[in-house]
Design a protein around this ligand. Structure first.
Ligand SMILES: [Zn+2]
Length: 252
């Protein structure tokens, strides 16, 4: 047992640290934790995502789309991205050229990386009314130095959970800086029941499961989330009464 004085000062330290990070998102008084899921998609498959917008909307799911190569999108695709945003989904950032940033840093400075791979794409998006506040690493490739630099510019950075430690993809439902998405694509080689088990696990907790995919589709190509899998994840989340969060909502 700790003496009451120590407990009081510990509580004060925790409270101060929460307030000083601006991290003060609480459930309403009397609410029980509900559990949540953050569904993310990477790259620039705007036409494909747009096609499945009605599926996401039909479950009232809010997803996050990390976009690379924004300047190469056609006007029609930019318009679709705008509609996706208007439906409450988050448009986030994924670099200009989708380079492996660790390899890039082997040949270039951090300043060049930010000047060539981060700022120009952001500026182009800003001109069109997109203001990304969260970031995902191409190929999930990152290190501590990148994490430090990029969290100066973004609320959070998301990498990939390529390990069998699936718990890395379970995070608190607010104030994160570093996230690891659990793959939903065919390439992840996970059975559907893994997602159901993970979703079951967050029910009635303060945890959020972070998932990542690329395209949504009907075939077995590597970087596709089978549409049946996505549908059943959405269905399961609804059955369990989980909340859908975008990444900025669970970021610091
Ligand atoms: Zn990517």
């Amino acid at each position: 047992m700790y003496p009451p004085k120590l407990l009081n000062s510990l509580a004060a330290v925790i409270l101060i640290s929460i307030l000083s990070t601006g991290c003060a998102k609480y459930d309403k008084e009397g609410d029980l934790p509900q559990g949540s899921v953050a569904i993310t998609f990477d790259d620039h498959f705007v036409d494909n995502w747009y096609k499945y917008l009605p599926l996401l909307d039909s479950f009232n799911a809010k997803a996050t789309f990390f976009v690379d190569a924004y300047s190469k999108l056609t006007d029609a695709q930019k318009n679709k991205l705008k509609i996706i945003q208007q439906h409450g989904h988050e448009i986030a950032y994924h670099t200009v050229n989708h380079y492996d940033l660790l390899k890039y840093l082997g040949k270039h400075s951090m300043q060049e990386l930010i000047g060539k791979e981060i700022n120009p794409g952001l500026e182009a998006m800003h001109k069109d009314g997109f203001y990304p506040t969260t970031f995902a690493y191409p190929f999930g490739s990152h290190n501590y130095q990148l994490d430090i630099e990029l969290t100066k510019m973004f609320k959070s950075v998301r990498a990939l959970n390529g390990s069998s430690n699936y718990a890395k993809s379970l995070v608190r439902a607010d104030c994160n800086k570093y996230l690891f998405g659990l793959g939903m694509d065919n390439s992840s080689n996970h059975p559907d029941k893994l997602y159901y088990r993970m979703l079951d696990g967050v029910k009635n907790t303060s945890s959020c499961l972070v998932l990542v995919g690329h395209m949504i589709g009907e075939n077995n190509s590597k970087f596709q989330v089978p549409s049946d899998r996505l549908r059943s994840i959405l269905q399961k989340a609804r059955e369990l009464n989980l909340k859908f969060y975008t990444i900025s909502e669970i970021s610091n």
